[in-house]
Ligand binder design. Structure first.
Ligand SMILES: NC(=O)c1ccc[n+]([C@@H]2O[C@H](COP(=O)([O-])OP(=O)(O)OC[C@H]3O[C@@H](n4cnc5c(N)ncnc54)[C@H](O)[C@@H]3O)[C@@H](O)[C@H]2O)c1
Length: 336
């Protein structure tokens, strides 16, 4: 694949131009582009500016509200519901995590469900915000079906990601951000393009049988068998059912029905560690845990034991200086 490396601010401006050109209001385009660049800086390119073309197509077809009026209904001192008015999930998610952070600062915890949203990108962005405020953040989003339930033949669940952000003091925050499928569909497609077989367990055919030929993959598998399946359902219950949104097979398609609003749900929870433990003690103990993990001896074939989020944080540090690397085809689209 031909790639190009460019400054992240330049790439951000290209994405803003495309989104505004498709009718999105400037303030929302800024936030969407910021979160796409957050992903590209971390080398999570699957959720970076690569997605701009799809968003533009959906905007143009009428499947996303370009001028959403995002509202908040606070249902208790620590809970509330965000209605995203079918705008961009990135903007709606950012609005929701800010509400959760505010409630956590005032009342110890803030829990927010989101309805009438759309694809919100990399969840790490939202939980990192909480961790940077010395709070603990949790985020979940359901997505349309591509993953089989454990023991099932046909897809029912989305890749349903879940993320946790936890602050430390001398170290960067712990950021676990993971889809609940064994791998993202993009990884299967990449093997297909490169003519390589995939490891058994990544995907199944139309009969629910594991396959190693990427051309035969119809659905993905949940990670860790019944455990990942259970966690994926939790994501769908918290960000779907609890948010008054659809579940599993009833969720609006990402890449079909571009003219239809998706009415997606998300779930955010932020809480203050000081409601349980002295902050300085907690941060120092997080640092100690990270130090001890770093000191633990790597197994053969590994150079180091990493903390969740650490590799992405190292990528970000380097990419801020050296630029982000994206597919040439994506660059051509953005600059066309
Ligand atoms: N919004 C949506 O609808 C949606 C849906 C699916 C995925 N996503 C996003 O896709 C992105 C990628 O998800 P993914 O599951 O492919 O991520 P991944 O498999 O690349 O990483 C999952 C987690 O494992 C950690 N990790 C990886 N290698 C590690 C190592 N050697 N040591 C310690 N930790 C390590 C990462 O830091 C990360 O926290 C995420 O940002 C996710 O939010 C979003």
């Amino acid at each position: 694949m031909s790639t190009i490396t460019l400054n992240h601010e330049e790439a951000k401006q290209y994405a803003i131009n495309k989104l505004v050109g498709a009718g999105l209001i400037e303030a929302h385009a800024e936030k969407v582009a910021e979160i796409l660049i957050h992903a590209d800086l971390r080398n999570v390119n699957s959720h970076g500016v690569l997605r701009t073309e799809h968003y533009v197509n959906r905007l143009k077809a009428g499947g996303i509200n370009p001028n959403a009026n995002i509202t908040f209904n606070q249902t208790a001192p620590t809970t509330g519901i965000v209605d995203g008015d079918n705008g961009f999930g990135h903007v709606i998610g950012d609005f929701a995590i800010e509400k959760a952070i505010q409630m956590a600062k005032e009342n110890g915890i803030g829990m927010v469900t989101v309805m009438n949203s759309s694809h919100c990108g990399a969840l790490s962005y939202f939980v990192q915000k909480a961790a940077e405020a010395n709070l603990i953040g949790i985020a979940m989003s359901h997505t349309d079906k591509i993953v089989v339930p454990f023991g099932g033949k046909h897809s029912f669940l989305g890749t349903n990601p879940i993320a946790y952000g936890i602050p430390a003091k001398k170290h960067k925050p712990f950021i676990l951000d993971m889809a609940t499928s064994t791998v993202a569909l993009g990884k299967v497609l990449q093997h297909k393009e490169e003519g390589k077989s995939i490891p058994e367990g990544w995907g199944v055919d139309e009969n629910g049988q594991p396959v190693t030929d990427p051309n035969k993959v119809v659905s993905l598998t949940p990670f860790g068998g019944p455990k990942g399946y259970g966690l994926s359902l939790i994501v769908d219950i918290f960000s779907g059912l609890l948010a008054g949104a659809a579940f599993g097979p009833h969720i609006g398609k990402m890449y079909d029905d571009l003219d239809k609003k998706r009415h997606l749900g998300h779930y955010f929870c932020v809480f203050n560690p000081t409601n349980f433990v002295d902050l300085e003690t907690f941060l120092a103990r997080m640092d100690q845990m990270i130090d001890e993990l770093h000191e633990s001896e790597p197994a053969p074939g590994y150079s180091k034991v990493y903390i969740p989020g650490e590799i992405e944080q190292q990528n970000e540090e380097s990419n801020r200086v050296n630029g982000i690397t994206i597919a040439k085809s994506v660059y051509d689209y953005l600059t066309d």
